[in-house]
Design a protein around this ligand. Structure first.
Ligand SMILES: Cc1cc2nc3c(=O)[nH]c(=O)nc-3n(C[C@H](O)[C@H](O)[C@H](O)COP(=O)(O)OP(=O)(O)OC[C@H]3O[C@@H](n4cnc5c(N)ncnc54)[C@H](O)[C@@H]3O)c2cc1C
Length: 486
């Protein structure tokens, strides 16, 4: 029998922490506290405002340094929208709304119409595109048959050839509905799922669908999620399930007019206990079934608070260093790796901003580590006066990491090379991004070991590591954890 009065601590006021609080409230829990170390909620959804002058008129617009987009598969995010009363725009965008239109560019600055057979027609190009289409169809089919069960949130059982979790409700057969405010679990056995531990490039090879990487690479690697020779196929296919990938191709995507951060600002305002800001959790002790949390406030003073349960939504590889972690927790959490994703918002020399977002596919290979892979033009109607966000990765398994300053320099040079010389940079940052484990650790059942720790010392783990580093998977992971354990 659930004890709705128990006192629950949530570490982190990002999408995972706020969604955990929302789902707790939906279940009738009211005695929770969210600690957030920064002076704002939203975590990596950060949408600062900037003044932009266009046709002599100055306007203040929102820009994105973190999350930008969603898709129709964003079911948990939809629940956050409804709770907060703040909604996305798209997939059809009005003229003055932020949009997700984009083009591809080669490094010599030319627009690359690689996916349009009519431009620069050749039989080679046509056959290449027909081959790609055939393989897309094949992949779609095998994901629903050979890999049935691949599209649950999370990774439970996959290494053992099982599936168990909340269905994403896409591709027809799973059937989670929005009306189910609590998880609609699917469960089954499918030994083929073990293939999902392979690097995505190998997974494509054994299934004879190598061409599809041309589609998946832009929304995956350029968005900072790593390279296909190092990332388990499970991460790629669970984030970019076939439905979501097709939405990317057709630009059937969502954006938020005032920025993704506002989803969480609105949710936070509606919570019975909004996040306690500028309060960092610096120590966790869990003696005798109690949770003692040491918090450090803005004034630098520390205080100990006592709880019955703890929900950790922040990086577990850091948690092990400030908590009384067991040997199992230490060992498991030290296997987590993350991407080093670097981005900045830039203004460009007069009239030389990109007037549509762009992918630089040639830079999405490990040999071009540290180079700009994508730039995001958010307000297309501002034409060539609109600042853009530029993104690059700084690490790849087996290669030396790139230095932050060197990556920034390479990004600047790339933008100038393709025709968009940067005048000034704003809000530059390196982000702890997409925590996950290696293919080897995935195959050895890392996620099932994490599952076995849920509830140990009244501690529950949520956040990006559970499923994937995007807004939907983190919010769905909270729904799953609250649904099963509270
Ligand atoms: C450049 C970029 C582009 C992205 N694009 C997209 C996109 O288009 N679509 C999409 O769905 N997702 C996107 N994402 C990913 C998405 O933003 C993240 O997956 C999501 O924010 C993760 O939520 P979280 O709550 O798990 O973690 P976070 O957002 O990292 O939030 C964690 C919070 O915990 C706080 N915290 C950490 N340690 C402590 C502590 N000890 N005490 C108290 N507080 C603490 C942090 O300050 C932070 O606010 C993008 C991210 C970035 C950076």
């Amino acid at each position: 029998m659930a004890n709705l009065k128990e006192r629950i601590c949530i570490i982190g006021g990002g999408p995972a922490g706020l969604s955990a609080a929302m789902y707790l409230e939906k279940k009738g829990y009211e005695n929770y506290v969210i600690y957030e170390k920064l002076n704002k909620v939203g975590g990596k959804c950060w949408s600062p405002k900037m003044k932009v002058k266009h046709n002599g008129v100055e306007e203040e617009k929102s820009f994105e340094t973190g999350a930008i987009m969603g898709a129709i598969t964003y079911h948990a995010v939809s629940e956050m929208e409804e709770f907060g009363g703040y909604y996305h725009c798209g997939p059809q965008w009005a003229e003055k709304e932020p949009n997700m239109r984009r083009e591809f560019r080669t490094l010599d600055g030319k627009v690359d119409e690689w996916n349009n057979p009519k431009v620069d027609f050749s039989f080679k190009k046509l056959f290449g595109l027909l081959k790609l289409k055939k393989q897309m169809k094949k992949l779609n089919k095998i994901m629903q048959t050979k890999y049935k069960g691949y599209d649950c949130y999370g990774h439970l059982g996959v290494a053992k050839g099982e599936y168990y979790g909340i269905s994403k409700g896409v591709d027809g057969y799973c059937g989670a509905t929005k009306e189910d405010s609590f998880p609609n679990y699917i469960k089954g056995t499918n030994p083929n799922l073990k293939d999902l531990a392979l690097p995505f490039s190998e997974f494509c090879k054994i299934n004879g669908v190598e061409e599809v990487q041309r589609i998946w690479i832009a929304p995956f690697t350029s968005f900072g999620y790593g390279y296909f020779d190092e990332i388990p196929a499970a991460l790629v296919m669970k984030y970019l399930d076939v439905t979501t990938a097709i939405e990317f191709v057709h630009m059937g995507l969502w954006t938020w007019p005032e920025g993704t951060q506002q989803i969480y600002v609105h949710v936070n305002e509606k919570l019975k206990h909004p996040a306690v800001l500028e309060t960092e959790v610096v120590k966790v002790e869990r003696p005798d079934g109690k949770i003692k949390v040491t918090i450090k406030g803005k004034d630098g003073k520390t205080k100990v608070e006592e709880f019955d349960k703890l929900i950790v939504t922040t990086p577990l590889d850091y948690f092990k260093d400030y908590a009384d972690a067991s040997d199992e927790e230490k060992e498991l959490f030290s296997k987590i790796v993350h991407e080093r994703y670097i981005d900045y918002i830039a203004t460009f020399e007069e009239g030389k901003s990109p007037n549509i977002s762009g992918y630089l596919v040639e830079n999405m290979v490990p040999e071009r580590l540290g180079h700009a892979m994508v730039y995001y033009n958010r307000w297309q109607y501002l034409d060539r006066d609109c600042p853009a966000t530029v993104y690059a990765l700084a690490n790849h398994t087996g290669d030396p990491d790139k230095k932050y300053e060197d990556v920034q320099k390479m990004m600047d040079e790339d933008m100038a090379r393709v025709g968009f010389p940067i005048k000034e940079k704003h809000f530059a940052q390196e982000v702890y991004y997409c925590p996950h484990v290696s293919c080897k650790d995935y195959a050895e059942g890392w996620y099932d070991r994490l599952e076995a720790l849920q509830g140990y010392k009244n501690t529950y783990y949520a956040g990006e590591i559970l499923s994937f580093g995007d807004m939907e998977d983190t919010c769905a992971a909270s729904k799953d954890i609250i649904g099963r354990f509270f």
